[in-house]
Ligand binder design. Structure first.
Ligand SMILES: Cc1cc2nc3c(=O)[nH]c(=O)nc-3n(C[C@H](O)[C@H](O)[C@H](O)COP(=O)(O)OP(=O)(O)OC[C@H]3O[C@@H](n4cnc5c(N)ncnc54)[C@H](O)[C@@H]3O)c2cc1C
Length: 381
C-alpha cells in the first residue's frame, strides 16, 4: 500500500503538491500556536497563501484563480490535513463555486481576483440558531426596497466569520411562498457596513485555529445586484447542488487524517516500551493498527473514486453524501483507536493524536450531519 498513488494524480499535480507541501511546512506549521491563540489565521497568512497559489486553485485564470481542476483543490486540502493544519481555504473555494456557477460576470470580476490573492476572505452563512439541518426553517429575511435588499436576522457557526470581507448569506426573499422557493443567496460586503455585527469567536472543542462565530444583521442594506443568480428563490437548489463540493473535500480531509493517525501511531507503537517490549509486539496493538490501516485504505480508494468522478462532473449527490458520512465515521473510529493505543499520552494536547481527536469530532456534524447524509442516501434509493 505504501506505493499506492491516487489514480487522479499526474505530473503537473505532483509538482503542485510539492510546492503546496513546502509552503505549508515553512509558513503555516510554525504559526499554529499563534493561530490557535487568536482563533484564526492572520491576514498575512491569507495573502501568502494567495501568492503561492493555494487559494482558488480550481477557478479560471481570468478571475485570478489557478486555472486547475478540483484535483488541485483536493491536493491543497490533503496537504493541510496531512500535517493537521486547519486553514479554511475550502470555504473560500466554496463561495467561489457559487460565484462561478450562478454569479454574474460583474460579481466574478469584482470578488474572485481578491479572493484568489487572499486579500478578501469569504464565508458562507446558512446556519441559524434555530435552523441547522432544517435549512428551510431559516428566519433571516432580505426584503427588497428599490434597488436594495434589507437584511434582518442572525447566523451562527460561521467559519471565517470574524474576518470575512464577503459573506454569502442564505436569506428569505419571499416569506409567503414555500421555503424551497423563497430562499436566496445574497453576498454581503462587510466593510464599514451599517447594521452588521460579528459576535465573538465561539469556544469550540477543537479546530481552534479557525474562527467560528455568530453574525447579526440589523437592517443591513446591500444592492440587489448582490443576489446570486438571475432570479430570487434559487438559494436552496444552489446550496443542495454545491454541497457536493464541500462533502468531497470533507471526505478528503477524513482520509488524510486517518492515514496520518495510523502513521503517527505505528511509529509510537514501535518506540514505546511496556512489559519489556515495544507496544507493536503485542498482538492486540498490531491487530488494531492493521484494522485501522485497512479501513483507512478502503477510505482512500473510495475518496479517490469520488474525487475522480467529481473532476469528471459525474459525482451524484447520494455518493457525495456516502463519502461524507462513511469517511468521517471511519476517521473518528480510527483516530479514537489511535488515541487508545497511545495510552495517557493520547490525551495530552502536546501529542498530535490528541488534537486530531478533538478536531475529528466535528467532521461528523458540519456540512450536513451524518444523519442527514443517511437521509439523502435513503431518499435516492
Ligand atoms: C465548527 C463548525 C463550523 C461550521 N461552519 C459553518 C459555516 O461556515 N456556515 C454554516 O452555515 N454553517 C456552519 N456550521 C453549521 C453546521 O453545518 C450545523 O451545525 C449542522 O448542519 C447541524 O445543524 P445544527 O447544529 O443546528 O443541529 P440540528 O439540526 O439541531 O441537529 C441536532 C441533531 O438532530 C439530528 N437531526 C436533525 N434533523 C434530523 C432528521 N431529519 N433526521 C434525523 N436526524 C436529524 C442531527 O443529525 C443532529 O444529530 C458549522 C458548524 C460547526 C460545529
Amino acid at each position: 500500500m505504501s506505493n499506492y498513488e491516487s489514480p487522479w494524480m499526474n505530473d503537473e499535480l505532483r509538482i503542485y503538491r510539492k510546492s503546496v507541501r513546502e509552503f505549508i511546512e515553512d509558513e503555516f506549521l510554525p504559526r499554529q500556536e499563534q493561530w490557535r491563540e487568536q482563533h484564526r489565521p492572520d491576514a498575512e497568512s491569507w495573502k501568502q497563501a494567495g501568492e503561492t497559489g493555494l487559494l482558488l486553485p480550481d477557478a479560471p485564470e481570468q478571475y485570478g484563480g489557478g486555472g486547475g481542476t478540483f484535483a488541485h483543490q483536493a491536493v491543497v486540502v490533503e496537504e493541510l490535513a496531512q500535517v493537521g493544519v486547519h486553514f479554511a481555504c475550502g470555504v473560500q473555494s466554496i463561495v467561489a463555486q457559487y460565484l462561478l456557477h450562478y454569479g454574474s460576470e460583474e460579481q466574478r470580476k469584482k470578488w474572485l481576483p481578491p479572493m484568489a490573492r487572499g486579500k478578501l476572505v469569504a464565508a458562507i452563512a446558512m446556519t441559524e440558531p434555530s435552523a441547522g439541518s432544517d435549512l428551510q426553517a431559516i428566519k433571516t429575511t432580505a426584503r427588497r426596497e428599490g434597488n436594495e435588499y434589507v437584511l434582518n436576522g442572525s447566523k451562527t457557526f460561521v467559519t471565517n466569520g470574524s474576518h470575512a470581507g464577503i459573506v454569502c448569506v442564505a436569506a428569505k426573499t419571499d416569506s409567503k411562498s414555500a421555503a424551497a422557493k423563497g430562499i436566496s443567496m445574497i453576498v454581503v460586503e462587510t466593510k464599514n457596513l451599517a447594521g452588521y455585527r460579528v459576535g465573538s469567536a465561539l469556544e469550540k472543542v477543537g479546530m481552534h485555529e479557525v474562527d467560528t462565530c455568530e453574525l447579526f444583521f440589523d437592517d443591513v442594506r446591500v444592492p440587489v445586484s448582490n443576489l446570486i443568480g438571475t432570479a430570487e428563490g434559487a438559494g436552496l437548489s444552489q446550496m443542495m447542488e454545491q454541497l457536493r463540493y464541500e462533502r468531497v473535500m470533507i471526505g478528503l480531509i477524513a482520509v488524510a487524517t486517518a492515514e496520518r493517525a495510523v502513521a503517527i501511531t505505528t511509529k509510537y507503537a514501535k518506540e514505546r516500551v511496556a512489559f519489556g517490549k515495544p507496544l507493536i509486539d503485542f498482538q492486540n496493538t498490531r491487530f488494531k493498527l492493521a484494522q485501522c490501516k485497512t479501513e483507512a485504505h478502503i477510505g482512500r480508494v473510495f475518496i479517490d473514486h469520488c474525487t475522480a468522478e467529481f473532476v469528471a462532473g459525474r459525482l451524484d449527490p447520494a455518493t457525495a453524501a456516502m463519502a461524507k458520512y462513511w469517511l468521517t465515521e471511519a476517521q473518528f473510529r480510527i483516530v479514537d483507536e489511535c488515541v487508545q493505543l497511545h495510552g495517557g499520552y493520547g490525551y495530552m494536547t502536546e501529542y498530535p493524536i490528541a488534537r486530531m481527536w478533538m478536531d475529528s469530532r466535528v467532521q461528523r456534524i458540519y456540512a450536513g450531519t451524518n444523519e442527514i447524509m443517511l437521509e439523502l442516501i435513503g431518499w435516492s434509493m
